[in-house]
Design a protein around this ligand. Structure first.
Ligand SMILES: Nc1nc2c(ncn2[C@@H]2O[C@H](COP(=O)(O)OP(=O)(O)O)[C@@H](O)[C@H]2O)c(=O)[nH]1
Ligand SMILES: [Mg+2]
Length: 340
């Protein structure tokens, strides 16, 4: 049996091996992924993002168990859940990911839950690509819900979060997250906002701050936050369909608020399907992925055709300020057909 066939037969060891090959961009894994691609598209991809220490891993652990217990798929069986933990800020052997592994170990007794930590290697672009591949493999392998934990710290992480259908942004009291969220443009991508560590005394303030920020954002966009609608009578069709990101409070350590979060995630999925946004997001996601692959392949192919050292020379000329980066690239491209 091929690796892809073994994965489809439910062989978890084969799946783990495939994911490693995809992470390492090994040809065998990439070919297996290509063979499996037509089977993707069934999973609900849920991104869980937020600053380090907000309690994402603890919450994901709880959420995975809860979804597994409560969500049923079409044939009435319990949904299967995969967790992908991406944390580029910590080396594989260090703190957070090791902690995640230990904390998530108690999920491992259930074959309906599969957990994968992404190794941190190379550029973030590489990590985003590897994560997309790993998620596709899990999707093809039949997982109904895939939770993707990312550190919401910068644009690259926001891009990873964008690969999800539903994006949950986690903050915690007293971390200045309200401000951080705006900075990273993360409010824009949030479908659900969660204030975790609601057991801490300042949680109320964080909740209030987030709610008022959301209101302001929606009012400014003159869209459909209820308060912005004022006394106008009937909501338009568009208003009826608009999704208002709920702000939820959780205590991940005790599980409080997890059922509500789980329900909100399911509601968002239903909303996406009913409104047609599911298809829109799918298309956007695929467009983004293809555009970045195209850029990358074209660049690699082009550079491979260059005479030895030409690109390095160009870099040197820019470093020594003889030429601007743009002019240097133009010179290389114009000289590209030059076979002399
Ligand atoms: N008080 C409190 N602590 C929490 C809560 N959720 C997580 N923590 C703690 O916060 C720390 C960071 O949690 P972790 O899940 O690793 O955060 P992550 O970095 O966002 O994945 C750990 O010590 C958790 O036990 C919560 O709801 N309340
Ligand atoms: Mg974590």
């Amino acid at each position: 049996m091929s690796l892809a066939e073994r994965v489809l037969a439910g062989d978890r060891l084969a799946l783990a091996r495939l994911l490693t090959q995809i992470e390492n961009e090994e040809l065998e894994g990439l070919n297996a992924l290509a063979a499996l691609y037509s089977l993707t598209g069934g999973a609900h991809l849920v991104g869980i993002t937020g600053a380090p220490g907000t309690g994402k891993s603890t919450l994901v652990n709880r959420l995975a168990k809860h979804l597994r217990r409560t969500v049923e798929v079409v044939d009435g069986t319990a949904a299967t859940v995969a967790v992908v933990a991406v944390d580029p800020s910590s080396p594989f052997t260090g703190g957070a990911i090791l902690g995640d592994r230990i904390r998530m170990r108690d999920l491992a007794g259930d074959t309906g839950i599969f957990i994968r930590s992404m190794a941190s290697r190379g550029a973030l672009g590489g990590l985003a690509r590897a994560t997309a591949g790993v998620v596709q493999a899990l999707d093809a392998a039949g997982f109904d819900i895939i939770l993707i934990e990312t550190v919401g710290a910068g644009q690259a992480e926001v891009d990873i979060a964008r690969t999800a259908h539903t994006t949950v942004v986690i903050s915690a009291p007293g971390m200045g997250d309200e401000v951080q969220a705006i900075k990273a443009g993360i409010l824009e991508i949030a479908d659900l906002l969660v204030v975790n560590k609601a057991d801490l005394p300042s949680a109320e303030n964080t909740l209030r701050a987030l709610r008022s920020m959301l209101e302001t954002a929606y009012t400014a966009r003159s869209t459909t936050y209820p308060q912005a609608r004022g006394k106008r009578s009937k909501p338009s069709q568009e208003e009826k369909e608009a999704w208002l990101p709920p702000v939820l409070a959780t205590i991940a350590t005790t599980g409080e608020g997890v059922p509500e979060l789980s329900a909100a995630i399911s509601r968002h999925r239903a909303y996406l399907i009913d409104s047609g946004d599911w298809r829109v997001r799918e298309r956007e996601r695929i467009q983004n992925e293809m555009a970045s692959l195209l850029r990358e392949y074209l660049a690699l192919r082009f550079l491979a055709q260059q005479p030895e050292g030409r690109y390095e020379e160009a870099i040197e000329r820019v470093v020594t300020r003889q030429v601007s980066p743009r002019k240097a690239i133009e010179a290389i491209i114009e000289g590209g057909a030059d076979t002399s």
